[in-house]
Design a binder for this molecule. Sequence first.
Ligand code: F6P
Length: 357
Amino acid sequence: MRIGILNCGGDCPGLNAVIHGVVGAAASKGWETIGFRDGFEGLLPPGDFTFLTPKDTEGILKQGGTILGTTNKGNFAAKIGEGDVARVPQEIVDRAKRTLDQLEIGALIVVGGDGSLTTAHQLYEQGWPIIGVPKTIDNDLQATSMTFGFDSAVSTVVNSLDRLHTTAQSHKRVMVLEVMGRHAGWIALWGGMAGAANVILLPEIPFSYEKIAEHLKTREAQGYTSSLVVVAEGARNPDGALATIDANEGAEVRLGGIGEQVSHKIAELTGKETRCTVLGHVQRGGTPTPLDRILGMRFGVMAAQLAEEGKFGQMVSYHSYHVGCVPIIDAVKELRLVESDTEVVKAARAVGISFGD
Ligand code: F6P
């Protein structure tokens, strides 16, 4: 048996842990593993790939990024614009399939997020032996309660808020931190709660600038001289507009800028001095946390097991501390969003965090 693995979509800490898990588990079954470079693109003839043995993956567990490279655009993009689904052109699918057949790949493990798994599902429907592994720092896939990379991203946010806290106090300022989170605000919510933010703005909870200003003014009246505001990049202005950088042809629209907008509006309405920090790709890079290393490794091992059982069209998933599987189609049907009346949001409100609503 020979299996293939590829990463696609944005990178995230823990991808190498998955590769480590897949290669190790495959070798122990006596199988060969081929890693395709730069996502599905590596399948296009003549094929861009490398054989991977446990020796090749030694030491990669602690490395951020992915040794195989990745892309979130190109020939196989199934999500474009604001998340609209596109079909991968049949000619591209057929060319890629030839590589798969020539290399006699018995199972192809696709490590990706919502967009890449949508592509993976389209290929599975055409008879490809696909196994999915969920990957997103946004942690927004419905069919798994956690994805690797999220914990590392949250740690980076918390570390940044801890630093912003001291400078905010010294200068008596409002510090705004813009974090990732396209459709779902999990990074902002968890990072903001653990980093003691006073206001958290999410894509899921509409906010008004007046409510934010009211909350910050109340804090000031109570004697607090500084405040921390966390805003997810996908949070919409009260008029419903997203802050975007550009259309990013052939891929999803690039988000960015809501932090500055929030920062200016707070200064205008409260008279407080404000500063904005955009964390950006710092959240995606660097060393994975121990949790993400273990989760990634377990996902990789489970993917190899699913290949052995011939469970194609399934995606590895994590629920109640157990790694199992669900059909890929269930994973890409719907995103897992923050609901405004859940226990975690109520807990945040109970300790005085405002969501600007
Ligand atoms: O989907 C993960 C994500 O990190 C989003 O939060 C963000 O909008 C996007 O990827 C950034 O992608 P890129 O690397 O293309 O800028």
